[in-house]
Design a protein around this ligand. Structure first.
Ligand code: NI
Length: 242
């Protein structure tokens, strides 16, 4: 089987296993009793902040499509004009799209009016392109307070694995950090505006798929973990049995 087909198959198989009923393995134990083991694949959500950037985000979308892997993108509003078709492509491929403010600004520094402009203007731009839907917020730098949580008008998505991919362009370091740390239910933070991050993300996908991990959007991760998104709540990861 060619690499392309093999990667696609891994992505589709893990998705089917994650969404479908638990695979039941019957195992005969001592005394002839039959033990049932439920097996669900471990899940991770890859998330990308600070885009879109046509060159790098476009290449990432191609790589994810080849592997049939969904991700979540938190977009910066000021970067949206000029990337409309890319964003349409993103949504059509099944990726989740959220907002990361208009100017990539720390939300705890904002008045209520400016918060609404930063988040609302970005949501309105996305609604123009994709139609009205929920666009969850990831606050820049992960900094929020009780007031901003109240203003967010939806769940706020943080992360549990951060390879600091903006710090250098060392693809090997980024891949190693994520593949060593990732566990079932993790939300991984990366940035799709760097070529090195795109290279690292695709290698991370290949490594974790080969380990039996399944990639889902943050929304799918919450659904599969029976967690209803709450307005103003912060989510960093969704481990099993939460
Ligand atoms: Ni950011």
């Amino acid at each position: 089987m060619g690499l392309k087909k093999k990667l696609l198959l891994l992505g589709i198989l893990c998705m089917a296993a994650a969404i479908g009923p638990a695979v039941r393995l019957e195992q005969t134990v001592g005394g002839g009793a039959v033990m049932e083991i439920s097996q669900k694949p471990p899940l991770v959500a890859l998330t990308f902040d600070d885009g879109p950037r046509n060159s790098t985000t476009g290449r990432l979308l191609e790589g994810l499509a080849l592997r049939e892997v969904p991700a979540t993108f938190f977009l910066v509003g000021s970067r949206i004009p000029g990337s409309e078709s890319l964003i349409q492509e993103m949504a059509a491929a099944g990726h989740q799209i959220g907002v990361h403010t208009f100017d990539h600004i720390q939300v705890t520094e904002l008045s209520h009016r400016d918060f609404d402009l930063q988040v609302g203007k970005t949501r309105a731009l996305l609604a123009d392109i994709l139609g009205s839907r929920d666009f969850w917020l990831r606050p820049p730098y992960g900094i929020v307070d009780a007031t901003a949580r109240q203003w967010a008008d939806g769940p706020l998505i943080l992360w549990s694995v951060d390879p600091e991919d903006w710090k250098d362009s060392d693809v090997n370091r980024i891949v190693a950090t994520v593949t060593e740390q990732a566990e079932d239910g993790d939300i991984i933070l990366m940035h799709d505006i760097y070529d090195s991050s795109v290279d690292a993300a695709l290698r991370i996908v290949d490594t974790l798929l080969a380990r039996g991990y399944c990639f889902v959007t943050v929304e799918q991760l919450m659904q599969l973990r029976d967690t209803a998104p709450e307005r103003g709540a912060l989510y960093t990861s969704l481990p099993p049995g939460r």
